[in-house]
Design a protein around this ligand. Structure first.
Ligand code: ADP
Ligand code: MG
Length: 730
């Protein structure tokens, strides 16, 4: 048997576990060893240069050029001491991955020799050839002018690959006219805006608060498959998911994978990438199996958002690299296998002040509770106001397979608060805000603030069907896709909460001006917001049909696919939101809209092509081969003089194969015709919609019949590794 599938199976089944030994049993011995963190800065920089980096991080201002020279020298000396030869500006273009362009420290001198050099200019700014990154028409390709600029708030780090060590400098990527071409630049702007708005509101309660940071803990789900089996599936290679494959007889129905013991090879892989991640200062803490066979999760301890996202981007890259050593392949796709769960990336978000207080943690005193309620209710209101924008931020070809597919949150944005907090909000809504002279029994400043339990019993993870859940002291945005860059949803979340807090302050100040006491004014506005945003709260089963119906009655959107979910990007309300906070200009929003639409179209186009190719060159030939065998068999029986009844079941299979092959062929032909029609459309949105509604609509039919063929055709002739092989062989 020469089939690639069998060679791959043989290899996968005999693969030994790679032995992994971390540098030390104590993580603290090597944690952050590849990061130019504060301690290393103190060691390698002058006091002046160190101070300059610190204040630039704190105030968000650029580092002075002469200081940059010193910092570059320090960075060079530290990294060369560790064997680094190259450096790169590391950035996050809109392709969704990370980008690097390596330059050597090496520089020839006039006397024919060479020195190692790394200047302040090279640290601060670079000009990669930007023409090949998506820019949505902002920069025509012949200009190709974009530059990367150092983001000192994310420390430089050393990345090792098989062939060497590279110093990576986290940067933003912008066009020469100042427009953002990446995910990081707008995120930093949104965080800055949030800091200002939240700090201003904190001043009502606590004058010591001068800065508010948003924190993020990202849970990362992924699948692991054997590398050879992966490469025997051209659909996995080209699209990250299987376009065909019948469900394995056993998959997740026994519910035995979750928290089960981790397979040996995967365990070694985890240990390996965790060690690399820890060296890079990524505080990975948790690992476990996920619901589906072959599916796992890891999660770091939460960090400041910008860093958490850089770390997650880095982690995804790292996992892919390290998997190679173990002859494994990590699948970060949102839905690599039909019939079993897909993968997400829960974004756990909270707001933390410079005084160390989590603004989303219920407090001990009534005053603290009023502060908690303020931030809590404003977040709910912000999500209510901009639910569509939040939905758009997680829209992608891949995630369309999850949202609303009865396993991940639905495409309807709603918020789960848990019974206790719901009661609290209901109580506030129905009560009067009065300014009593004496404190009432609950001691709640006489404002009728209901008691808020500090430990919210039902608030951990009870309702997994909600896309946006309050989980004790943080909100958890669960609809983010596993392969996504969290900067997109986090830019939206922070921007909408910033806007909402600004409006809140204006509303409260208005009442105070009219003579209302501050706390009473705050309570009145909170009560008003609770009423206004009530429709977004939902505690029930998000997967149910009843919810879809009820949500429609409530006026909540349920936009199921990406091309239409993206419409809101250029809506008036969105433009206003972003322009006011200087996060995006209208031009940038149009550019992004176009890029995301084009990306959608291209991905469906690739899937359609692969589907056509596989059907024509692998599936149908296998089906016909087997059919020929059956025909020979029937003929043989006839030659022996055996009558028709004995060949009846063979004839049935022969017929079924012919019917299915002809249905598949016809569908593939029609799909190609629809592609031709879609390709001549000039409007990016129309093209994306055509790809979604016309081209993609054939996928299901084609797949259905291919999967049926998989069940009847001789296993020895089936060309593609089956689900049971991909999911269970480790
Ligand atoms: P689970 O959601 O599976 O119950 P955890 O509650 O342990 O898991 O938290 C998941 C993620 O949320 C982790 O990355 C954790 O660090 C992060 N997290 C915990 N508290 C906060 C917080 N206040 N703000 C942001 N993230 C948080
Ligand atoms: Mg969680």
């Amino acid at each position: 048997m020469s089939l690639l599938r069998f060679k791959a199976l043989e290899a996968a089944m005999s693969r030994p576990t790679v032995k992994v030994t971390p540098p030390s049993t104590k993580i603290s011995d090597f944690y952050g060893s590849n990061v130019f963190d504060k301690n290393k800065m103190k060691e390698f920089l002058s006091k002046e240069a160190y101070q300059s980096v610190m204040s630039s991080i704190e105030l968000g201002i650029p580092v002075d050029r002469t200081m940059a020279e010193q910092i570059a020298a320090g960075l060079k000396s530290w990294s060369m001491g560790k064997g680094v030869t190259h450096y790169t500006h590391w950035f996050q273009p809109l392709t969704g991955t990370t980008a690097e362009k390596h330059d050597s420290f090496f520089e020839p001198t006039s006397d024919g020799k060479a020195i190692e050099k790394f200047s302040g200019d090279a640290l601060v700014q670079q000009e990669p050839d930007a023409s090949s990154f998506p820019n949505g028409g902002i920069r025509s390709t012949f200009e190709a002018r974009g530059y990367t600029a150092w983001d000192p708030s994310s420390p430089a780090f050393i990345m090792s690959s098989g062939s060497g060590l590279t110093l990576c400098i986290p940067t933003v990527f912008v066009s020469y006219t100042g427009e953002a071409l990446d995910f990081k630049a707008p995120l930093l702007k949104a965080l800055n805006s949030l800091d200002k708005a939240a700090t201003a509101v904190c001043q009502y309660f606590d004058k010591a608060v001068t800065k508010v940071n948003a924190s993020l803990g990202i849970e990362q789900e992924y699948f692991v498959v054997d590398e050879d089996l992966f490469f025997a599936r051209p659909d996995l290679v080209a699209t990250g998911r299987t376009l065909f494959g019948h469900e394995s007889a056993r998959n997740q129905q026994l519910e035995d994978h979750y928290f089960g013991s981790i397979p040996e090879r995967v365990y070694a892989f985890m240990l390996d990438f965790e060690t690399e991640a820890l060296k890079l200062g990524i505080p990975l803490k948790t690992r476990h199996n996920e619901v589906a066979p072959g599916q796992f999760e890891c999660a770091p301890i939460y960090e400041e958002i910008n860093l958490a996202i850089d770390h997650n981007q880095l982690l995804m890259d790292l996992m892919d690299k390290v998997a190679r050593r173990h002859k494994l392949k990590v699948l970060l796709h949102e839905k690599p296998f039909a019939g079993v769960n897909g993968s997400g990336k829960h974004n756990n978000w909270s707001l933390i002040t410079n005084t160390g207080k989590n603004l989303l943690a219920p407090g001990k005193t009534p005053k603290n509770n009023l502060m908690f309620l303020t931030f809590f209710v404003n977040t709910v209101k912000a999500v209510y106001n901009h639910a569509d924008l939040l939905r758009s931020s997680i829209a992608s070809v891949n995630n369309d397979h999850r949202l609303g597919a009865n396993e991940a949150p639905p495409a309807i944005i709603s918020i789960f608060l848990g019974e206790q907090l719901n009661e609290v909000l209901d109580e506030i809504e129905s009560s009067h805000v009065v300014n009593r002279k004496k404190k009432d029994l609950s001691g709640a400043l006489g404002l009728n603030i209901p008691k808020i339990p500090q430990i919210l019993l039902d608030n951990t993870d009870r309702n997994r069907t909600s896309p946006f859940a309050f989980t004790g002291n943080k909100f958890e945005f669960r609809a983010v896709g596993s392969s996504a860059n969290s900067a997109a949803p986090m830019t939206v979340l922070n921007a909408i909460v910033a806007e909402q807090l600004t409006i809140f302050k204006q509303d409260v100040d208005k009442l105070v001006k009219k003579g209302e006491k501050k706390d009473v004014a705050i309570m009145k506005i909170i009560r008003q917001y609770i009423k206004e945003s009530k429709n977004i709260r939902f505690e029930g089963n998000g997967y149910s049909d009843e919810w879809a119906q009820e949500a429609a009655v409530r006026g909540l959107s349920n936009i199921k696919t990406t091309p239409k979910a993206l419409d809101v990007l250029t809506a008036e309300k969105t433009v206003e939101l972003y322009e006011k906070q200087h996060i995006f200009s209208e031009r940038e929003l149009h550019a992004r809209h176009e890029i995301f639409l084009e990306n959608y179209t291209k991905k469906i186009q690739i899937e359609a092509r692969i589907m056509g190719d596989l059907v024509t060159s692998q599936i149908i030939p296998a089906a016909l081969n087997y059919q020929t065998k059956l025909i020979e068999n029937v003929r043989g029986l006839k030659d022996l003089g055996m009558n028709g009844a004995l060949s009846q079941s063979q004839l049935e299979i022969i017929t079924e194969i012919s019917e299915r092959v002809s249905t598949i062929k016809k569908a593939v032909y029609e799909m190609i015709e629809e592609r031709k029609k879609a390709n001549i459309l000039t409007d990016a949105r129309e093209m994306a919609i055509a790809y979604d509604e016309k081209v993609k609509s054939y996928f299901e039919t084609i797949r259905y019949h291919v999967d049926k063929l998989e069940l009847i055709i001789d296993d020895a002739q089936w060309p593609l590794p089956k689900f049971r092989e991909l999911l269970f062989i480790k």
